[in-house]
Design a protein around this ligand. Sequence first.
Ligand code: 5GP
Length: 191
Amino acid sequence: MNSIHQKILIITAPSGAGKTSITHYLMRTFPVLAFSISAATRNARENEKNGVDYYFISEVDFKKKIQQKEFAEWEMVYEGKYYGTLKSELKRIWALGKVPVLDIDVKGALHVQQQYPENTLSIFIEPPSVEELKNRLLSRGTENEESLNVRVNKASYEIGFKEHFNEIIVNDDLEKACEKATVIVASFLQS
Ligand code: 5GP
C-alpha cells in the first residue's frame, strides 16, 4: 500500500546542526507534514510548552511506557535524560491524514528506519564542521560548559553514521539546505 498515512519523515543530525530550523521550514512548506511530539524526561526550557514541544514526563512514567512497549523508539540521548517517539503519536498523525516528521537523534533515527524501512525517508543534516557546531550551540545560549562539551563530543561520534541515512544535506547555508530538503521531501511525498 502506498498510503500517505504510513509515511514517516525523519530529520536527524547532531544537536546544533540546524535540523530544527530545517524541520520548521519543511512544515511551513508542506502542510501535510505534522511534527511528531516526543516524550522526554528533561525539564522544559523557558519557551517550551508541554504537549507542543515535548510531552514532558517523569522518568518513572517513561520507564513504564518502555515496559508497556509504547515507544516506536527511545534513547537515553544524554546521561540520565530519556527521549522517545510514542507509537500513539505516529498513529495520531496518520489518523489526521498527515505525515509525521521526527526530529530525533541519530541512534533513534536508525531504529525507526530499521523498523519502518519501506515508508521512511531519513535525512541527515551535517554541520559544516564541529567547530562551527560548537559556535552555534554557544550562541544559542542553552548550554553550560559541561553540557556543551557533551553535545560536541556526541556530534563528532554521530557524524560517523551519516552514510546510513537516505539523504545527507550539509548545512553550510541554511537557505540552500532548506531548498535541497524541499526538493527531496517533495519527491518523497509524491512517491
Ligand atoms: P533537546 O534536549 O535539545 O530538545 O534535544 C536533544 C536531542 O534529542 C536532539 O538531538 C533531539 O533531536 C533528540 N530527540 C528529541 N526527541 C527525540 C525522540 O523522540 N527520540 C530520540 N531518539 N531523540 C529525540
